[in-house]
Design a protein around this ligand. Structure first.
Ligand code: AP5
Ligand code: ZN
Length: 213
């Protein structure tokens, strides 16, 4: 399966993708996670991307297209993948379709995490992350057993630098202006399934499983 999860910041893409990935043995390719790893490692790519990400704007199409082009060629991703956070512009979508056409494949489904903007601030500002594993918690909706620490390793949790109410406004603006057209682009190809992303996590998982069965 070659899947895209798409939706605004905090809609649950990073929460649901690991579940689906394990169930269908897919790779989870999240451009945001890859970029944050590059920023932390201070690679040339990370140095270029940092300021843009901190402002909540999109980094250049060429940067992310390059990352994804490499990633989908990995032997471990040949069974299929979930793209999370990519494509985020119509240009990225067109480039992706070209890359896949060269391999004789295409996107099977685009899972649209549809949700009202009003719910997102609380989700974003309450998010806590265990960086080494990518496990995500929420102070109210999915609290860790011990506040501030990972359930599995006991290591400290962190908050993302762009998870403030102010930066969220820019991220939402980028979503509505640049990413929503990507949903229309794939809807015209008949590939989009709409999910009720405002529901509790377990119910969203069930909707996803139905969409993929
Ligand atoms: P990215 O990392 O992709 O961030 P995003 O799209 O803003 O999405 P989030 O990770 O914030 O949301 P999510 O849907 O994964 O939410 P989660 O499941 O964690 O991108 C970051 C930046 O990188 C961009 O701004 C840009 O600069 C750059 N970038 C990345 N890709 C790019 C690209 N292709 N092109 C250009 N630039 C790019 O959930 C959030 C919280 O809610 C958690 O605490 C969770 O526990 C909780 N939660 C989840 N589901 C539920 C539920 N059903 N009910 C209650 N709470 C829930
Ligand atoms: Zn995410």
């Amino acid at each position: 399966k070659r899947l895209i999860v798409i939706g605004p910041p905090g809609s649950g893409k990073g929460t649901q993708s690991p579940i689906i990935k394990d169930e269908y043995c897919l790779c989870h390719l999240a451009t945001g996670d890859m970029l944050r790893a590059a920023v932390a490692a201070k690679t040339p790519l990370g140095i270029k991307a940092k300021e843009t990400m901190d402002k909540g704007e999109l980094v250049s199409d060429d940067l992310v297209v390059g990352i994804i082009d490499d990633a989908i060629k990995r032997p471990s991703c040949q069974k299929g993948f979930i793209l999370d956070g990519f494509p985020r512009t119509v240009v990225q979508a067109e480039k992706l379709d070209e890359m896949l056409a060269k391999q004789g494949s295409k996107i099977d489904k685009v899972l649209n995490f549809a949700i009202d903007d009003a719910i997102l601030e609380e989700r974003i500002t309450g998010r806590w992350i265990h960086q080494p594993s990518g496990r995500t918690y929420h102070s109210k909706f999915a609290p860790p057993k011990v506040s501030g620490f990972d359930d599995v390793t006991g290591e400290p949790l962190i908050q993302r630098k762009d998870d403030t109410a102010g930066v969220l406004k820019s991220r939402l603006e980028a979503f509505h202006q640049q990413t929503e057209p990507v949903i229309d682009y794939y809807a015209k190809k008949g590939a989009v399934v709409n999910l009720h992303a405002e529901k509790p996590p377990k119910e969203v998982t069930v909707e996803l499983q139905k969409a993929l069965s």
